[in-house]
Design a protein around this ligand. Sequence first.
Ligand SMILES: O=C(O)c1cccc(C(=O)CC[C@H]2O[C@@H](n3cnc4c(=O)[nH]cnc43)[C@H](O)[C@@H]2O)c1
Length: 216
Amino acid sequence: MTGLLVVTAVPAEAEAVRAGLPDPSTAVLPVGVGPAVAAATTARLLALAEAAGRPYRGVVSAGVAGGFAGRADVGATVLGSVSVAADLGAESPAGFLPVDELGMPPEWLGGGLALAADPGLLAALRAGLPTATVGAVLTVSTVTGTAASTDALRRRHPDAVAEAMEGYGVAVAAAQAGVPFAELRTVSNPVGPRDRDAWRMREALAALTTAAAALT
Ligand SMILES: O=C(O)c1cccc(C(=O)CC[C@H]2O[C@@H](n3cnc4c(=O)[nH]cnc43)[C@H](O)[C@@H]2O)c1
């Protein structure tokens, strides 16, 4: 059994995590932006480790995220209690219909639209990050960029603290491999109308380096 696998979307996030790791032998790898490439690449990494007789002890999806104002502001650290596929569904005149409300059983969805963090791994991360905000982290394929879609997400997910683009995909890969999963994010921007000037990437990456100390 090897240690933790930490997957980020892009190299800058991986470098920020590595810079704060207490154990430099922890694997930190960028697996791409969005749920599909993150799921496929993580699944391959987990399968290769298992085939080599050195399965990972757990996998953490880490990186920057948009935070829901009043729940997780810019610079905050967030731990996902659950990673949610927030835009997997169907549009209708009455609004968005999540795919699990269309009669599809959880097994068709890799375990469901909301995959909970492993309790032991989450507890360990909470212990190392006592000021982190804990709540649902949404996974979206399209970055939310209007007030209307922000309000709709807030209504549909009153427990959501942040949104990003990889967590649910990594969670599906981990569930298929039977490996504990958690999601760790630092907030680079508020979820809301698109405004690149509101981005604080340097601050979020610095917070990621600080938070990485909990990844023992
Ligand atoms: O150009 C824009 O307006 C824009 C706004 C938000 C994010 C992007 C990205 O290309 C970053 C995607 C990347 O970062 C994570 N991330 C960070 N903030 C958010 C967000 O508000 N909503 C969704 N994802 C976000 C995400 O996990 C990706 O890896 C561009």
